[in-house]
Design a protein around this ligand. Structure first.
Ligand SMILES: [Zn+2]
Length: 247
């Protein structure tokens, strides 16, 4: 697949980077990505992937846009209130790039009918969905980009346990739903922090698709908006993990 003159003009800033270049843009144009969650993380992540030229973005979410979402879900406007998030976001992505295939799935992923993307993005806000996606990623040998944010803090990692190499899965890190698990509508979160986290998630997906750099496999990036600091922590595979060590 070669790039058209319009694609070359559009993606020039990526083509200029030696780690992406024309071949990387071609990989992005051919890429299929599934984003689970179309809210504060999935929305901005989808916008950056669409701008980067992703060929197909599948969106999974059964929520509708509420006024309280607008503080951080910058993909939506007031006119979207009451509409399905996946429909509003798909329309936004289509407006950004008419050649993008945006596929809305107005359902909550819980296993079963499977996301089609070569990269799975966990932008969900609950542990059952996250665990089901982690299981699918492991069993089908696909990488899962994970992100979460609450308060002033964000975290991003890539789980690639099904690709060989002994990398941990999400469940190695978080074996059970934490007792203090709270949805972000209960704890509060800074919109700019969800944006930072979502952009870092899109960046990891772009690295996985293009082969650029070193993805956050076996590491978690911890962002502290309040202190203005970021650090990475190494994660290890749990030999007793029920997902990735059962064989
Ligand atoms: Zn595991």
């Amino acid at each position: 697949m070669s790039l058209t003159p319009e694609e070359i003009e559009r993606h020039k800033r990526h083509i200029l980077l030696k780690e992406i270049g024309g071949p990387g843009v071609q990989k992005l144009r051919a890429a299929r990505v599934s984003i689970i969650g179309a809210g504060a993380l999935g929305g901005p992540c989808a916008l950056y992937l669409a701008a980067a030229g992703a060929g197909e973005i599948e969106l999974w979410d059964d929520d509708r846009v509420e006024r309280s979402n607008l503080q951080r879900q910058v993909q939506f406007g007031e006119a979207d209130i009451g509409n399905l998030k996946v429909d509003a976001l798909a329309a936004r992505l289509a407006a950004m790039d008419s050649s993008l295939r945006a596929l809305p799935r107005a359902e909550r992923f819980s296993g079963g009918s499977a996301p089609a993307g070569q990269v799975l993005i966990d932008a969900s806000d609950n542990f059952p969905t996250r665990y089901a996606l982690n299981q699918l990623a492991h069993e089908t040998g696909r990488p899962m980009v994970h992100g979460a944010a609450a308060g002033w803090a964000g975290q991003v990692s890539v789980f690639a346990s099904g690709l060989g190499g002994g990398a941990p899965c999400y469940r190695c890190w978080v074996p059970e739903t934490p007792p203090d698990a709270e949805a972000c509508d209960e704890v509060g979160v800074v919109g700019a922090v969800t944006g930072m986290t979502a952009a870092a998630m899109a960046l990891e997906a772009i690295k996985l698709i293009t082969g650029a750099g070193k993805p956050l496999v076996g590491r978690v990036l911890l962002l502290s908006g309040l202190s203005g600091e970021a650090r990475t922590v190494v994660l290890r595979r749990d030999p007793a993990c029920p997902v990735c060590s059962k064989h």
